[in-house]
Design a protein around this ligand. Structure first.
Ligand SMILES: Cc1ncc(COP(=O)(O)O)c(C=O)c1O
Length: 430
């Protein structure tokens, strides 16, 4: 133990790097618990008929599934793989909600066979598949329909999903939406509960949620008049922004939920209808700041007058976000945490891509090969987006809790890396 080092959830990060090797993802259970408590305080504890479904795409492993279960949350999955992970970890299927813009027949079947709690319909064709599967399994499926309200959210284009020109959901005025609503209302195999929207990710302004609600309310008025339909459930998605760097401006949960719930309650009061169950689907805001990644500094390269590169033992394989969305991170030298940051460095990975730069122009104390660097707020969309490009194994994930540490995911080894490779006869006979 040394005061010089960075501590995370009561653990010395440099000692963790020595014990487990680097790159290494760290996840703090205390931080997850704290974020969930904050969200419950602002939402489920404050309003009746509400539910939180953690968006597994942000970070999902069997251990994480158990944590979500123990914290009494529901789980949003978007693929057969995420669903299988949840089921294998023993998560109750009735608390699973299935999103995704092109669910495959086998994925739909796996979900319906297991009696998942909600299917979020994303296209007309998908509804056919759901009905066929529901008939086969004799299960009337509770469904919501995903809408794209057409508001523009102030976030990176790749993580904005609620605008009209989107591969997700149905624009409010699309003829296919009305056909889907009619079909889902008429079929004895689907129980249409209501609607879902998810506007985008890393959002810092509540206005986009409120504007989306206005648009959804227009649709609800129309449906009430024309089809006598009143929703029992409304899912407002996730997307709440977190702190990545000093420039981030994240807001507490009640900044979003107070006006959103007020608006929803007012609308249904005016319409003289019971307020539907309200669901939120956050990923990043529950796990993002609970994660950090450790790297070991290898070579350093100074290009005089231009840049001082610090080369680390990971890169875009374990954190694709800087290359994909120009995402920025707060970085510290965990070995010299007590020293003043005084030198400007650019941190580059070891992947054979010039775009493999994890952080440009960050201030660190004078840094040397062998030092441990820590990237903050890497809990979401890092491990879940990791790849084996350049045949590099995916790092381990260690769970921390008040000074204790335990593996959540083992580091991939070289054997596992090639375990699906075959040398076909055609090749052997060459
Ligand atoms: C449908 C849906 N729900 C929830 C989320 C979670 O978003 P976030 O992690 O920003 O809260 C996403 C993220 O893309 C999504 O597409």
């Amino acid at each position: 133990m040394s005061e010089k080092h960075l501590f995370f959830d009561g653990c010395d990060t440099v000692a963790l790097a020595q014990k487990y090797g680097t790159p290494l993802y760290l996840v703090s259970l205390s931080d997850i618990e704290e974020k969930v408590r904050q969200l419950k305080d602002a939402f489920t504890e404050r309003y009746e008929n509400t539910r939180i479904a953690y968006a597994g795409k942000a970070f999902l492993t069997k251990g994480m599934v158990r944590i979500i279960d123990r914290l009494d949350l529901c789980l949003d999955v978007v693929s057969g793989g995420e669903l299988d992970c949840a089921l294998q970890a023993g998560f109750p299927p009735e608390r699973i909600e299935f999103n995704g813009n092109n669910k495959l027949p086998w994925e739909i079947d796996l979900a319906i066979k297991n009696g998942v709690g909600r299917m979020i319909i994303d296209g007309f064709h998908e509804l056919d598949l759901i009905i066929e599967s529901a008939k086969r399994h004799g299960y009337t499926v509770p469904v919501l329909i995903r809408l794209t309200p057409g508001v523009s959210a102030d976030s990176h284009d790749y993580i904005v999903t609620g605008k009209k020109d989107s591969k997700f959901g149905f624009p409010i005025d699309s003829p296919a939406l009305f056909e889907t609503i009619e079909r889902a209302m008429d079929s004895e195999w689907t129980n249409l509960l209501g609607f879902h929207f998810h506007i985008g990710s890393q959002l810092e302004d509540n206005k986009v949620y409120l504007d989306s609600l206005d648009i959804v309310f227009d649709l609800l008025r129309k449906l009430r008049k024309e089809k006598n339909f009143a929703p029992k459930e409304l899912n407002i998605g996730g997307g709440f922004g977190i702190r990545y760097t000093e420039e981030s401006n994240p807001k507490p949960f009640d900044y979003f939920f107070t006006p959103v719930m007020e608006k929803i309650e007012n609308f249904f009061q005016q319409e003289k209808l019971p307020r539907p169950h309200v669901v939120t689907e956050p990923g990043r805001s529950l796990i993002g700041e609970a994660g950090r990644t450790l790297y070991t500094v290898g070579s350093m390269k100074e290009i005089p007058g231009l840049r001082h590169y610090v080369l680390i033992d990971g890169g875009m394989n374990d954190n694709i976000r800087p290359a994909l969305y120009q995402a920025k991170y707060h970085v510290v030298n965990a070995s010299k945490f007590d020293e003043e940051p005084s030198e400007l460095y650019t941190i580059a990975g070891k992947i054979c891509e010039s775009g493999d730069i994890l952080a440009k122009d960050v201030l660190l104390p004078p840094t040397k090969p062998g030092d441990i660097l820590a990237f903050y707020s890497t809990g979401a969309y890092n491990h879940s987006m990791a790849s084996n490009y350049n045949k590099i194994p995916i790092p381990a994930v260690v769970l921390l809790y008040q000074g204790k540490d335990e593996l959540l995911v083992k580091r991939q080894n070289l054997e596992e890396l090639h375990q699906n490779d075959l040398i076909p006869k055609l090749v052997q006979e060459l």
